[in-house]
Design a protein around this ligand. Structure first.
Ligand code: NAD
Length: 386
């Protein structure tokens, strides 16, 4: 059986990649961009640097810098209005997954109208919005190479998963130098997010030989470097490997889908405002333990790619090492439990049914090697509490 692989038309990867912005715009035949970003990118001077490149080539740009972490329907509206009223021929998405996801939604809503809910899964959004040039600044979501955007409906507290070729950036400039300024907490959260993507893509029922190669390469890059970048954000070698790893993990999961961890993570993020990588981290050991029996050899491969098992270890030993490592990572990267994060136990337990229903509706749990029903998902959520 063949696999469909969707990628950006241009990938520019390595130190200084973002400085090639104008050449990439010229190749794509566009010259009037709206820069969609957040205030931190402005404060860090990253936006000014891009605008300087654009000014030098007489390309007129405008900025929408009001995106928020874990974007909502309301947070993107002003950006949509700006596109509707303006004369932009492309969008430059600069930042972590939140500005990039905001830009993807703005590119479609700005051109075709409607509400975000109209575009949520299971609809496949294959119409072409404004072309997006994505410049990631976190080594995490891989959104620069995924055909996915996640926008929260604040009316229902649902993180809406939206998918289709319409959300695939035309180009991604993957410049690890922009990630040197990411603080330690966000470095940890985004790094575990990328690791989760790679593992879930590899064990997904929709995995293919192509996505397997990307996922294993990502795990090899992320596994040994996550602790290093958490401890020393200025380690350029480790930052470079993490950035490449996150992009490869994005390619892997965009074409193989994520599974149960990501599916269960989004409802936690939406209801309790937990950053996405952090809610993945809270779930990863528990969900992996539940899933291993259905794909022992696949999880064992992940352990070997992380460098915590050798080819001489049998699958059972490798899987045990993987669980130990995921728990150790959470301890070392100081991942809080839901309780430590400040979530109210009673509120969480009263919300289990809704969270399980949202997880299933997103489609991600159906890709898991071991299939949970709603009751099992609720039981797994409960396991996060002692
Ligand atoms: P983020 O974009 O929300 O950024 C987190 C914080 O880090 C923000 O305050 C941001 O300003 C700051 N930051 C980002 N880059 C920085 C830098 N270089 N230096 C200093 N500070 C920096 O975090 P994220 O984890 O990258 O993105 C999370 C969002 O992505 C969520 O909404 C999640 O649902 C979504 N997501 C999307 C996909 C996809 O394929 N589209 C996949 C996974 C997650």
């Amino acid at each position: 059986m063949s696999a469909t692989i969707v990628l950006p038309r241009i990938l520019e990867i390595g130190a200084g990649a973002s400085a090639n912005l104008c050449a990439v715009l010229q190749t794509l035949g566009v010259k009037t961009p709206l820069i969609v970003t957040d205030k931190i990118m402005v404060e860090l001077g990253y936006v000014e640097r891009l605008q300087k490149h654009l000014d030098e080539r007489d390309m007129v740009s405008d900025i929408f810098d009001d995106t928020v972490p874990e974007p909502t329907v309301a947070s993107i509206q002003a950006g949509v209005d700006k596109v509707r009223l303006g004369q932009f021929d492309c969008i430059i998405a600069l930042g972590g997954g939140s500005p990039i996801d905001s830009a993807k939604a703005i590119a479609i809503l700005g051109k075709y109208g409607g509400t975000m809910e109209d575009y949520k899964f299971p609809r496949q959004v294959d119409e072409c919005g404004l072309p997006i040039i994505a410049i990631p600044t976190t080594a995490g979501t891989g959104s620069e190479v995924t055909k996915v955007t996640v926008i929260t409906d604040e009316a229902t507290d649902e993180k809406m998963m939206c998918m289709g070729m319409g959300f695939m950036p035309s180009a991604a400039l993957v410049d690890f130098e922009l990630s040197l300024s990411v603080p330690a907490r966000t470095t940890a959260d985004t790094g575990i997010d990328a690791l989760t993507h790679a593992i879930e893509a590899y064990v997904s029922k929709k995995a293919s030989p192509y996505t397997d190669a990307q996922a294993l390469a990502a795990i090899k890059l992320i596994g040994p470097n996550l602790r290093i970048v958490y401890r020393d954000g200025n380690d350029r070698t480790a930052r470079e490997k993490m950035m490449l790893g996150a992009t490869l993990a994005g390619i892997a999961f965009s074409n193989a889908s994520v599974a149960l961890v990501d599916g269960m993570s989004r409802p936690i993020g939406a209801a309790y405002h937990v950053p996405h990588g952090l809610s993945n981290a809270m779930l990863l050991p528990t969900v992996t333990e539940y899933s291993i029996s259905a794909a022992e050899n696949r999880y064992a491969d992940c352990a070997r790619a992380m460098g915590i098992a050798t080819k001489d270890n049998d699958d059972l030993t490798a899987c045990a090492n993987l669980l130990d490592e995921l728990n150790a990572l959470n301890r070392e990267l100081q991942v809080p439990t839901p309780e430590d994060f400040g979530i109210d136990r009673t509120v969480f337990f009263n919300n289990l049914e809704t969270m399980a229903a949202q997880a299933i509706a997103s489609g991600s749990p159906a890709n898991n090697p071991r299939q949970p029903d709603a009751a099992t998902i609720m039981a797994l959520y409960k396991k996060l509490w002692n």
